[in-house]
Write a new protein. Structure first.
Length: 78
């Protein structure tokens, strides 16, 4: 099974420069991006079979990642 990347540069490829700038200049955005990246790493490890968790926990992590992505998208649109 091929996993689709969900890191921020793949999720928002046209806004890679803005993501980099906001990470440098905006503490709130930096925290959102850092938490997103941490969650994404854990989700990928689970999906690759490197970590074992039940399906409910995985879905909870994915929902939190999606909420963060929505918040990041809103900041990128501003």
């Amino acid at each position: 099974m091929t996993l689709e990347p969900h890191d921020l540069t793949h999720e928002f490829p046209a806004q890679a420069d803005k993501i980099h700038a906001l990470k440098s200049d905006n503490a709130h955005f930096q925290k959102l991006a850092q938490r997103y990246e941490e969650l994404n790493k854990v989700v990928v490890q689970i999906e690759e079979g490197l970590r074992a968790v039940d399906g409910l926990h995985l879905e909870t992590l994915k929902k939190e990642r999606l909420q963060l992505k929505d918040q990041i998208a809103a900041q990128l649109a501003a």
